[in-house]
Write a protein that binds this ligand. Structure first.
Ligand SMILES: [Zn+2]
Length: 61
């Protein structure tokens, strides 16, 4: 018999039991999904418009 000392919190992404290696997620994939959500929520991913790069209006004279 094996006694679980603590009941692992479920993965916030898929609800499966979290793995210690990927806490609080169950896998690297779910951690990546959460990171992607977090990033897209905080930062606006820049479009690939590298043609519109304005140089800083600074002139060192
Ligand atoms: Zn998961």
């Amino acid at each position: 018999m094996s006694t679980a000392p603590k009941k692992p919190a479920p993965c916030p992404i898929c609800g499966r039991p979290a793995e210690a290696a990927f806490k609080p997620f169950c896998s690297a994939r779910c951690a990546d999904v959460d990171l992607g959500r977090w990033l897209s929520d905080r930062y606006v991913i820049p479009a690939e418009d590298e043609d519109q790069i304005d140089p800083p209006p600074e002139r060192a004279e």
